[in-house]
Design a binder for this molecule. Sequence first.
Ligand code: SF4
Ligand code: F3S
Length: 104
Amino acid sequence: AYVVTENCIKCKYQDCVDVCPVDCFYEGENFLVINPDECIDCGVCEPECPAEAIMPDSEEAAAPWREINRKYADLWPNISRKGTVPEEASLWNGKPDKARLFSE
Ligand code: SF4
Ligand code: F3S
């Protein structure tokens, strides 16, 4: 499966949501996750993310995010259409150490 990783936090551009053929994204306050059991590994979301936050779960940088995607996909509501992008998204894009800002 593909996973959403750290740089999505506080960016949440949601371009990924609009292209997913199986609507397997779930929305938290400042982050999105992918349900790994629903993702069909098509890969179309990966190049759409302006924050380059999406990657295959086999990548090393994805490791800390695998369980987070699985866990919160069960807890958060599904999102199938792009909504409002956070006002300061571009300011947060690429900022280091965003993991501590993750909102449940
Ligand atoms: Fe959806 Fe495909 Fe991205 Fe998986 S890889 S989340 S199925 S767009
Ligand atoms: Fe996040 Fe990128 Fe989607 S910033 S909401 S993974 S387009």
